[in-house]
Design a protein around this ligand. Sequence first.
Ligand SMILES: [Zn+2]
Ligand SMILES: [Zn+2]
Length: 130
Amino acid sequence: MARKKERTEAEKQQLLDEAQRDRERRLQGYRERALRIFPSVCAHCGREFSGKRLRELTVHHKDHNHDNNPPDGSNWELLCIYCHDHEHSKYLEEEWYEEIQPGGEKDPPATYRPFADLDALLNDRKKKIS
Ligand SMILES: [Zn+2]
Ligand SMILES: [Zn+2]
């Protein structure tokens, strides 16, 4: 019984390892292909990358779907890590703004008076003093 469980754990681990390797291979695969198709230049800021610094050049998916990797590279854009960051924050901002519907903001209800009790309290004190 214990032996059987051990084997399943090992098999599970092996599957995980394989999935991980597969993902890395795929990731490397499209990066290499993109680097072969496009010049080693950031599509946004135009900086050129070579040698060790080539690592700073990353593949951006125009439709943000990392599984959409057409062989002609039409969904890819080479971006430096800074522009890539910016690209994604821009995307998030757009989503954020879309969530705020015009006219969706509500004024606090007019009846809400946080210091109403305080006024009463102060008036009470004044009465006591005078
Ligand atoms: Zn850039
Ligand atoms: Zn991206």
